[in-house]
Design a protein around this ligand. Structure first.
Ligand code: CMC
Length: 427
């Protein structure tokens, strides 16, 4: 019978070493090399962790070749089309979708926890008026740890869930306050009568007293179609297995730091343009390109090996096929085009980039497809959300994923402090 192992031979000495294969329930199996250093005196070398599984997890599954994404086994298409973001949060945290009563209770609890301590509100004044909301958001979430010190040591499931619900529900308030501070206008308190997503849009857009009069540019108060679109965007961002920011969250968890500090570190990691910051850069890039006539020249720039210019919203470490989240958003863009008055100029430029890139040898040979960030910006712009808030929107959606991964790490008895090795090449 064949053994479920891999044998490695050191060609210098002829010595052989045998390592067990651990089978995954879906996707690639892994080679268990935990004793590799003790056996051989060598480290493995894998900058950027391109072939390294740092943990086992039951939360999210991605098949990058097929372009498949599932949370707790459920395809993302099903969640985006048939379930709300809050149902998705419940699913990630509890490994199953809620019953009707459970959803009502969860929704109510999230609404009630959305308020911020007065002391925390003062923090916003310390930031310059034009502070990028991501900077304010990350700092405010670190500060939140000081208000909830009890979450440093949690014993039972209820304590874990209380900690998770608290951060999920306060993040939109913090993000909206960070934005209003950036504009220099008064904060709008959360409203218990509003759903998670409508509440966030109201805290962003309303006038003091929560009033939603017709805005000067002719946009009426929040439309249900806008709430649905944003709710879907939150669902699509809810988790993405061991991406860069989640790896940071788990790394901070491994040192025993407060969970909200781990989330704040995730926010900092997400901000970069290679990761969540790409959504802001996509729109900035489309505006810079300015016209379909300029698209070809920018594509040539992106292909030039001597130019570090990249097409924002293209490429992904895991997806070597269409990002399934991008497919859902592309469809949503088409559906909302008229209802939400989408920016057709930017959409025409984006579609032209997509068309050329998808038929160009450079992009085809490198499996570079549009990712989620390529499509979010145009929808968020139609929701009157400014570019600086695109990555905070990603944060709101992803917080549940980060905190679920944090809890999974804490409960895993095999977890260890994250401490990679190095190949020393210095003096
Ligand atoms: N435009 C032009 N060329 C690209 C691009 C791009 N957007 N992305 C990758 N390439 C090229 C890259 O130059 C390299 O070519 P070569 O083999 O000739 O050197 C090849 O494709 C492989 O790229 P890589 O940088 O080794 O791939 P990676 O897996 O390390 O990086 C990525 C993945 C997402 C950082 C990268 O594709 C990128 O920078 N994309 C633009 C930023 C972006 O859209 N980020 C959002 C990712 S999705 C949201 C999220 O989950 O965070």
């Amino acid at each position: 019978m064949k053994k479920n192992t891999v044998t490695l031979t050191d060609n210098r000495t002829g010595e052989t070493y045998e390592y067990n294969i651990i089978n995954a329930s879906r996707g690639p199996s892994v080679l268990d090399i935990r004793t590799f250093f003790a056996d051989t005196g060598m480290f493995t070398y894998d900058p950027g962790f391109t072939a390294t599984a740092a943990c086992d997890s039951t939360i999210t599954f991605i098949d990058g070749t097929k372009g498949e994404l599932r949370y707790r086994g459920i395809p993302i298409e099903e969640l985006a089309n048939k379930h709300s973001y809050l149902e998705t949060c419940f699913l990630l945290l509890n490994s199953r979708l809620p019953s009707k009563e459970e959803l009502t209770d969860f929704d109510l609890e999230i609404r009630h926890r959305a308020y911020l301590h007065r002391g925390l509100r003062k923090l916003f004044d310390a930031f310059p008026d034009n502070a990028h909301p991501m900077a304010t958001l990350s700092a405010a979430v670190t500060s939140l740890a000081s208000f909830y010190n009890e979450h440093l040591d949690m014993e039972d499931e209820n304590e874990y869930l209380e900690m998770a619900h608290r951060i999920i529900s306060k993040i939109p308030t913090i993000a909206a306050f960070a934005y209003r501070h950036f504009l220099g206008i008064p904060f709008i308190e959360p409203d218990l009568d509003l759903s998670f997503t409508k509440n966030f849009l109201t805290m962003m857009r309303a006038y003091p007293g929560g009033k939603m009069h017709l805005l000067p540019n002719g946009h009426a108060a929040i439309k249900e179609v806008e709430v649905r679109a944003l709710d879907t965007i939150f669902t699509l961002h809810a988790d993405h297995e061991q991406n860069a920011s989640t790896t940071v969250v788990r790394g901070v968890a491994s040192t025993g730091a407060h969970p909200y500090v781990a989330i704040a570190s995730g926010i900092a990691a997400l901000w970069g343009r290679a990761h969540g910051g790409a959504n802001e850069s996509v729109i900035a890039q489309l505006e810079h390109i300015g016209s379909v006539d300029n698209v070809e020249a920018f594509i040539e720039k992106a292909k030039d090996p001597n130019d570090d210019f990249r097409l924002m919203g293209f490429g992904h470490r895991v997806y070597k096929n269409f990002d399934p989240r991008a497919k859902i958003l592309k469809k949503l863009q088409d559906e909302l085009r008229e209802e939400l008055n989408l920016d057709t100029e930017l959409m025409t430029i984006a579609r032209k980039i997509e068309e050329i890139a998808l038929s160009d040898e450079y992009f085809i040979s490198r499996n570079l497809y549009p990712n989620i960030d390529f499509y979010t910006g145009i929808i968020l712009t139609a929701l009157q959300i400014p570019k600086s808030m695109f990555t905070p929107i990603f944060v709101i959606g992803r917080t549940v994923g980060w905190i679920t991964q944090w809890i999974e790490f804490k409960k895993d008895e095999t977890s260890k402090i994250a401490r990679p090795r190095q190949l020393y090449t210095g003096e």
